[in-house]
Design a protein around this ligand. Structure first.
Ligand code: GLU
Length: 307
């Protein structure tokens, strides 16, 4: 067993059975996922893979999809346009907050909260709804190097319950911050949240960003190197919901989590660390996922703020 594999196995063993948290239940599909599942994986920028537990179980990408759509918007328009139209600041409020829009003159502030992600999906260059969707799905596939696909049952579960997000999309539209039909934007955004991926595939996405945009498994340059720094900054700011500051303070690495129970943590230049387990804490981060990812980063001595 390699040292890296040993570290991953140890972190998994230490926290895969931890108690606490509960599955997201506002999306019916997620409520029914086995709460005992726990996977952990590391993919390095050299293409080394280490994994433990349920690391090949495919779970809902949810909010982590916002990273992929952000990457596409950066490729389409560049960093300045994304900063001007969407923003690069924490909202200080929950990920689906309407009040955050009201407080900030209807600017979403971050592409990693729902309002900003719906606006980002609307911004992507596309000829029509299907083109918009295929381009976003294509970016998920390129970053992971995997045949990512929509889960019809999950998509159905989300599309039939996403009234709050539709409300956000209309608010964006009335403020001039929706760049296509708002219902098209929210439908495509909902689809992008409804794909499935494994912990290893998620770690590969992280390794691609960590490697300056080159997927270490497929060896393809997916996005420009200069955009990776912007993605990592956005992740630091808003990636862990309302506890992004606490995560920076305690772990010191960019991360993005989703209500499907996944967490992607990135060590720039070195690796992607991905963890998955469905039970979430009060702000929406996987309880075991946070502990497993933090244990790997801590054991390997990675913290961007460590002098
Ligand atoms: N599809 C979910 C929503 O829009 C994603 C939320 C998340 O993972 O933060 O509410």
């Amino acid at each position: 067993m390699t040292d890296l594999q040993e570290t991953v196995a140890r972190a998994h063993r230490a926290h895969a059975g931890d108690a606490g948290g509960k599955n997201a239940d506002y999306i019916p599909y997620l409520k029914n996922i086995d709460s005992t599942l726990a996977g952990l994986a590391v993919v390095t920028t050299q293409g080394e893979i280490a994994q433990a537990g349920d690391s090949s179980f495919r779970f809902a990408i949810e909010s982590i999809s916002k990273v992929c759509t952000l990457a596409l918007a950066l490729e389409d328009f560049g960093a300045d346009v994304v900063q001007e139209k969407i923003g690069a600041d924490p909202t200080g409020l929950p990920f689906n907050s309407v009040m955050a829009l009201e407080l900030h003159g209807d600017k979403p502030l971050s592409p990693l909260v729902n309002a900003g992600a719906i606006a980002t999906a609307s911004l992507i260059r596309a000829t029509d709804k299907e083109d918009r969707w295929q381009r976003i799905l294509g970016m998920q596939r390129s970053l992971t190097g995997a045949d990512i696909a929509l889960c019809d049952a999950l998509n159905e579960s989300e599309q039939t319950t996403n009234f709050h997000n539709r409300g956000i999309a209309w608010l964006l539209y009335s403020a001039g911050s929706a760049y296509c039909d708002p219902m098209e934007a929210v439908e495509v955004y909902t689809r992008q949240c409804s794909t499935l991926l494994s912990t290893v595939e998620l770690a590969t996405m992280g390794a691609t960003i960590a490697a300056g945009g080159r997927n270490p498994i497929t060896r393809k340059q997916v996005i420009k190197k200069e955009h990776c720094a912007r993605i990592l900054a956005e992740m630091t700011m808003e990636g862990m919901y309302d506890s992004s500051g606490d995560w920076a303070y305690t772990v010191g690495l960019p991360a993005k989590s989703g209500v499907g129970g996944g967490i992607l943590t990135i060590v720039p230049g070195v690796m992607g660390i991905a963890a998955f387990s469905p039970p979430l804490d009060d702000v929406g981060n996987s309880v075991r996922g946070q502990r497993m990812a933090a244990a790997v980063a801590g054991a390997l001595g990675y913290n961007l703020y460590q002098c």
